[in-house]
Design a protein around this ligand. Structure first.
Ligand code: SDN
Length: 142
């Protein structure tokens, strides 16, 4: 098993980054979410779809995807856990993360759907952490 040590301050920075990034998404702040990607960042949230490219492309993709929730008082929350970091030869950091999307409507019970794995490449520098690429696989698709 690959277990390259990573510094605790790096690990904490990545956790902090993910908390802000995913709270932006769940609050519907798509511009803020897209701004957590590098300017040329890529984002593929469903296996069949082509990746969205650039921050503007990511915003457009999220606006389009969320049209299915128009008029639906749903709250979705993306919970990240088991953040596994592996430094890459190109200076990036590969992050493999479990993600559960919890869905709830007023008065209803929370449901978990879908259960995903996030495959990120992060860029970590003086000015912050950014997602260079994100690909999400869905457990129900095998
Ligand atoms: O940004 C993510 C996402 C995400 O954006 C997702 C979207 O719909 C828009 C980070 C980590 C995980 C995810 C997971 C999803 C799920 C996806 C499709 C769906 O909800 O059916």
């Amino acid at each position: 098993m690959t277990q390259t040590p990573v510094r605790t301050d790096l690990y904490a920075r990545v956790q902090h980054f993910y908390a802000h990034q995913m709270q932006a998404l769940d609050a519907g702040r798509f511009e803020d979410y897209a701004a957590t990607f590098t300017p040329d960042g890529t984002f593929q949230h469903s296996p069949a779809a082509e990746p969205a490219r650039t921050r503007a492309g990511i915003v457009a993709e999220l606006v389009e995807f969320h049209k299915r929730f128009d008029g639906d008082p749903v709250q979705r929350r993306h919970w990240f856990n088991h953040i596994a970091l592996v430094p890459r030869a190109d200076g990036g950091i590969a992050a493999t993360v479990y993600a559960l999307v919890v869905t709830v409507r007023p008065g209803g019970k929370p449901e978990i759907a879908p259960s995903c794995v996030v495959h990120d490449v992060l860029e970590v520098g003086e000015d912050g952490v950014y997602t260079r690429s994100r690909r999400i696989t869905h457990d129900q698709l095998g």
